[in-house]
Design a protein around this ligand. Structure first.
Ligand code: GUN
Length: 308
């Protein structure tokens, strides 16, 4: 007699708790395309790229491609690595003054001899599609309408894709950066969450993370969040993008998040992968902000389809 061995039983069990950031980003971009088609004007995004950073060149190429794919116009200004700060500021001022430009994005990081904060401070807040100026940050703190930073916006959209209404959920943000952690805390608060900001110096960090219904990991430490930091069934949004040496391919690198994904996925109710989670949402939210900026600047109502 033969005993039939089902080799498939040794495979990883199929779980449907992965939040597909690529699919949610494609949906957001489709909504942007629909919103653009409904407008009487064609929004325009200007991107400023300084230097030779290969990753920045890839990001900018993608931003321009997706901008044009959604029916908007794009402008690109490239400056050499040794460009002076005044050259960058001059371009930003010209874009501020151009009535046809709705959004300005200065790709970061800038070369180290340039003061990024000083350049960002030059951007007209009405065109601040990155949501990085002090006016945009202030409007977020004050609860006023404005342009919100893209990565935190993407994190909220992904959490809502998994959970629906976030009202009353306990949200722990791990990380306190001005780019992600702080604005994300305020944006989850806007969604009626109860929010705690934790960070690398927080006492009893695993315990605090384990109490979260929504855990947003934005601490920039590869695979720091372990499965026993996660409440069973919680929604985990991993903002981390860390390059670590590949074990399988010596000399090569691979991308991992701030969460130890594979074991964490066995505990979480829903979790974003890296890559393919929050990353694709950042560009989709940049496009969304460009439409919102175009509407706000022209006194047009924001398209309902872009409401979060
Ligand atoms: N570099 C990497 N991500 C971003 C981003 O979202 N905005 C800007 N301006 N630069 C980046």
């Amino acid at each position: 007699m033969f005993i039939k061995i089902n080799h498939k039983t040794t495979e990883e069990p199929k779980m449907d708790n992965k939040i597909d950031g690529k699919a949610v980003a494609a949906k957001t971009r489709a909504q942007v395309t629909q919103a653009v088609a409904s407008l009487s004007v064609t929004p325009c995004l200007a991107v400023v790229l300084v230097g030779d950073d290969p990753a920045s060149h890839v990001y900018v190429r993608n931003k321009i491609k997706f901008t044009e794919d959604s029916g908007m116009r794009s402008l690109e200004h490239r400056l050499p690595e040794n460009a002076a700060q005044d050259d960058v500021v001059e371009i930003v001022r010209a874009l501020n003054a151009d009535p046809d430009v709705d959004g300005i994005l200065v790709q970061l990081p800038l070369p180290s001899h340039i003061d990024s904060d000083a350049v960002i401070a030059e951007i007209d807040p009405a065109k601040d599609v990155d949501g990085l100026t002090d006016v945009s940050a202030g409007r977020l703190v004050l609860g006023q309408s404005g342009l919100r930073p893209c990565t935190p916006t993407g994190s909220v959209i992904l959490a809502k894709a998994a959970l629906g209404d976030l009202t009353g959920k306990y949200c722990v943000i791990l990380g306190r950066s001005i780019l992600v952690g702080k604005p994300a805390a305020l944006m989850f608060l806007e969604q009626n969450c109860t929010v705690t900001i934790a960070h690398s110096r927080t006492e009893n960090l695993p315990l605090i993370c384990r109490s979260a219904d929504i855990l947003v990991a934005a601490v920039g430490r590869p695979q720091m969040v372990q499965p026993d930091w996660i409440k069973a069934g919680a929604c985990v949004i991993d903002v981390g993008i860390n390059r670590v040496p590949s074990v399988k391919r010596p000399g090569k690198f691979r991308l991992v998040g701030d969460v130890d994904y594979k074991p964490a996925r066995a505990v979480a109710g829903a979790i974003t992968p890296v890559p393919g989670g929050v990353g694709p949402m950042t560009i989709a939210c940049l496009l969304r902000n460009t439409v919102l900026a175009a509407c706000d600047r022209r006194g047009l109502e924001r398209p309902a389809i872009l409401e979060i």
